[in-house]
Design a protein around this ligand. Structure first.
Ligand SMILES: CC(C)(COP(=O)(O)OP(=O)(O)OC[C@H]1O[C@@H](n2cnc3c(N)ncnc32)[C@H](O)[C@@H]1OP(=O)(O)O)[C@@H](O)C(=O)NCCC(=O)NCCS
Length: 176
């Protein structure tokens, strides 16, 4: 994926929680954001409906230009797992990805969250850059290890996904 080297100015996007009606628009954005896995529209509807409190979308002139799906891990209430981050090409390179992550962490459903996790394939430079940058603003800790592997979990059809863990230093200190 090309690095957004010299982004042009854009209007400030507005951020909000999704509703079920946003499912199709999000499905289209994710489809346009290679190399993200395209989920079914039904999956995006469920994210918007059941996980709205930990998902966020960004709009510019009524168009969806950014999306993060995430949830607090069912058995680990201190962990926000980020499923997908998608920013439309026109809105890239302005820090929107990081802003979306921070918006979710500011919600009341994330009160007990002290670390963020996500999975990334080795070749997704944009995603590594986004999460490294985000971790710098959170105290700088980032660790990773192979998690869903090509041979064991994907029947050799997809690259290994590395589990990335980012401690949220300030929040952990407050919770201690
Ligand atoms: C990854 C993605 C969400 C980043 O969104 P964004 O709003 O442009 O990200 P930001 O502007 O917050 O950039 C964060 C950092 O990543 C860097 N970056 C962004 N795209 C990059 C790329 N293609 N290659 C290398 N670095 C990149 C930025 O330069 C920035 O670092 P800097 O401030 O030190 O320069 C967006 O490129 C995208 O939707 N990509 C396609 C889908 C995808 O791969 N999603 C991530 C997996 S869940």
């Amino acid at each position: 994926m090309q690095h957004p080297a010299q982004p042009t100015r854009i209007e400030t996007p507005s951020l909000r929680m999704p509703t079920a009606k946003d499912g199709p628009g999000i499905w289209e954005l994710v489809r346009a954001c290679r190399p993200l896995d395209e989920n079914s529209m039904y999956c995006n509807l469920l994210q918007c409906d059941h996980f709205a409190d930990t998902c966020v979308l960004a709009e510019m002139s009524g168009q969806i230009v950014g999306w993060v799906s995430a949830y607090v891990m069912p058995n680990e209430p201190d962990t926000l797992f980020v499923w997908q981050v998608a920013v439309s090409e026109a809105a890239r390179g302005h820090g929107l990805g990081g802003l979306l992550l921070k918006d979710i962490l500011g919600r009341k459903d994330c009160r007990g969250v002290t670390r963020l996790q996500t999975t990334i394939t080795a070749d997704n430079d944009a995603s590594w850059s986004l999460f490294r940058k985000f971790s710098e603003g959170q105290g700088g800790g980032l660790s990773y290890a192979p998690y869903y592997t090509e041979d064991l979990h994907f029947q050799e059809t997809q690259s290994t996904e590395y589990m990335v863990t980012i401690p949220l230093a300030e929040r952990a200190a407050l919770a201690a």
